[in-house]
Design a protein around this ligand. Structure first.
Ligand SMILES: C[S@@+](CC[C@H](N)C(=O)[O-])C[C@H]1O[C@@H](n2cnc3c(N)ncnc32)[C@H](O)[C@@H]1O
Length: 326
């Protein structure tokens, strides 16, 4: 049966190959070349819709990759001793697991990722090889993070973004992390000793793991609060807490808490608001930020937009870096 391939000029081939890997859409067939063009096999045309205005698809008949190379092409993350594999139509779970186990000496458990679900954004994981234990310690940005992937949200794909944010923080800042998870932002920021951080999460497991991670990383300047970011944020503001920087890393819902973040924000403050943004959404989000700032008598002096990563075709996870003044 013919395989749909993306026809790409050779010099753009590597860039597009990496994009297909990120989308989990590179099919396990040989990449063919002909007269300055590469033909990248794709598993699902819909998944690559964002590339279709630049490249056309053509049916071809490439050879399937040998088994030992097939699983170079699947999309998976290694988190501590656990490999988390994104399912795709042509994935043979058993072959994928044994290929990953043979390639990563430290991986002991392989799990299929059926997506993040619910208020706590917990991954629905199905263990397909190794012990049925989703607790591990992962290294990120020089931190050791104890995580139970069955009970806490964590994604290694945000490591560079966490580094970017930590790099913006100055001494003496008061930082509130409204959706801290197991603490990858909060811990990295709190490694700077002259900063104080309050970390909030409504998932008790995250707070328990962050408590452990504070000890593991010998960090002292983090206060923990378990509960709803609205209630805790309002209580902090009521108790006179004034934040210089507020992290809102809950991309599907953070905007609902923007008014609370603005109540916490001092006369000069920065809010990092994460959001999933489709082609039409940007102006609405900026409008909402400006409206909420006016209601809390702040002025927005600048809004930076930083693309964190592509979330799905046409939708990016964007961090709005909002600089406020009063
Ligand atoms: C996308 S995760 C981000 C976690 C963390 N910032 C990270 O980078 O790993 C969002 C987090 O918000 C938490 N959460 C969801 N609703 C909440 C609420 N109303 N109040 C506080 N935390 C909440 C979830 O439990 C989850 O840990």
């Amino acid at each position: 049966m013919p395989v749909q391939c993306l026809e790409v000029p050779t010099e753009q081939g590597e860039e597009v190959r990496l994009k297909l890997l990120e989308l989990g859409a590179l099919a396990p067939y040989r990449i063919e070349s002909d007269r300055g063009l590469l033909f990248l096999p794709i598993s699902d045309v819909e998944q690559v819709s964002e590339l279709l205005d630049r490249y056309r698809t053509v049916p071809r008949d490439p050879d399937p990759l040998p088994v030992k190379e097939r699983y170079d092409h699947i999309s998976y993350d290694v988190i501590g001793e656990i490999a988390v594999v994104r399912p795709s139509e042509d994935l043979d779970a058993e072959e994928a697991a044994s290929s990953i186990l043979s390639r990563h000496g430290k991986v002991r458990t392989v799990a299929l990722d059926h997506g993040v679900k619910g208020e706590h954004r917990i991954r629905d994981l199905e263990v397909i090889a190794g012990p049925d234990d989703l607790t591990t310690v992962h290294r990120e940005n020089g931190l050791r993070l104890s995580i139970d992937l069955g009970r806490c949200f964590y994604s290694p794909r945000l490591a560079t973004e966490r580094e970017r944010i930590a790099g913006l923080v100055q001494d003496e800042e008061t930082v509130v992390d409204m959706f801290c998870g197991v603490g990858p932002f909060a811990l990295l920021i709190a490694r700077r000793p002259a900063v104080s951080v309050t970390a909030i999460d409504s998932n008790l497991s995250c707070i328990e793991h962050l408590q452990r991670n504070i000890s593991l990383n010998k960090v002292e300047n983090i206060d923990l609060a378990e509960g709803d970011a609205r209630q805790i944020g309002e209580a902090l503001a009521g108790n006179g807490v004034v934040a210089d920087r507020i992290l809102m890393n809950h991309p599907h819902h953070a905007h609902e808490f923007l008014d609370v973040a603005m109540r916490l924000a001092g006369d000069e403050a920065v809010i990092h608001l994460y959001s999933m943004v489709g082609p039409e959404d940007g102006p609405h989000i900026i409008d909402m930020i400006e409206r909420t700032a006016r209601d809390s008598s702040h002025k927005v002096s600048e809004i930076g937009e930083h693309v964190v990563r592509s979330y799905s075709p046409g939708i990016d996870n964007i961090c709005f870096d909002v600089i406020l003044k009063r």
